[in-house]
Design a binder for this molecule. Structure first.
Ligand code: ZN
Length: 281
């Protein structure tokens, strides 16, 4: 009998090729369940098991809010790369790639449509386009949507999903904060409602301007909403941040947002608010 025993090391099995065609199943990052993609589509990209809200594209957002067909505006507005900016690669190249990947010209889609019978202007940001960042085009398209609201006496809804101002357009991006805020002030003086819908994530210059200016600020569950990231804040104030900091629920408890609404009830809640706040001309 051998005086020592070799403990056999199990040989790691070779990675089994998945026989499930790509894109049919999606794993929920919250509850870990495998979800049938079609189910997820039917539930507006909300996990039917745990209500985790997956990110929703701008066009899907408009489709879920409007009753039927809607009219898109300013589709062809595109950035001119005013600073000829280059970081790890030229901004013009980054733009082209994002345009090819999303089929959009910039990080927002604006449309006029009807929400439970009420004509409304909706601007929805697209995270897949350079992190939903706000450059000149995003600012201009939102401003035009607000001005259309003013001209036709329609309420305005902005759905934010953004990493903030677009670094590659420098000061021009930051100027959009003031421009959009000024347009919203005119909407307010005209007595027209503005609903801000904050989705995951809403940060930086977007939070610091129009996302927080709604007559009603409505957040989706567990959305990350903040200005600077938690690490930057911790380093600045040299304090540990509380649990759940910068999540929608924390913001609701501290009076920064008015409502948290599950996406599957969002349209009905928005329509309720519009009926209460708005009397069509
Ligand atoms: Zn889940």
């Amino acid at each position: 009998m051998a005086w020592f025993k070799r403990v056999p090391k199990p040989i790691a099995p070779a990675q089994k090729a998945s026989r499930i065609p790509e894109g049919v199943w999606v794993k929920c990052p919250d509850c870990g369940q495998a979800l049938y993609k079609k189910d997820l589509d039917e539930h507006l990209q909300v996990c039917p098991k745990c209500a985790h809200h997956f990110r929703l594209g701008a066009r899907e957002r408009l489709a879920m809010l409007f009753d039927g067909p809607w009219v898109e505006h300013d589709h062809d507005l595109a950035s001119t790369d005013p600073l000829s900016f280059i970081d790890t690669k030229p901004y013009s190249q980054r733009l082209r790639k994002a345009q090819e990947a999303t089929g959009l010209r910039d990080a927002i889609v604006c449309g006029t449509g009807v929400i439970e019978g009420i004509e409304t202007e909706v601007a929805a940001m697209e995270y897949a386009f350079i992190g939903g960042s706000m450059g000149v085009v995003v600012g201009e398209k939102i401003t035009r949507a607000i001005e259309r609201g003013l001209a036709h006496r329609r309420p305005v809804i902005i759905v934010s999903c953004s990493g903030g101002a677009r670094m590659m357009e420098g000061t021009f991006s930051l100027m959009q904060m003031a421009k959009v805020s000024a347009a919203l002030a005119r909407l307010d003086r005209a007595g027209l409602p503005y609903l801000s819908i904050l989705t995951d994530p809403t940060t930086g210059g977007v939070t610091a301007s129009f996302a927080m200016l709604g007559d009603l600020n409505i957040a989706e569950p567990k959305a990350l909403i903040g200005f600077a990231g938690p690490r930057v804040i911790e380093q600045t104030i040299r304090q540990k941040l509380p649990e759940g900091f910068q999540r929608a629920e924390f913001l609701l408890a501290h009076g920064m947002v008015d409502l948290i609404v599950d996406r599957r009830q969002l349209k009905a809640q928005v329509a309720d608010a519009l009926r209460f706040m708005h009397s069509p001309a």
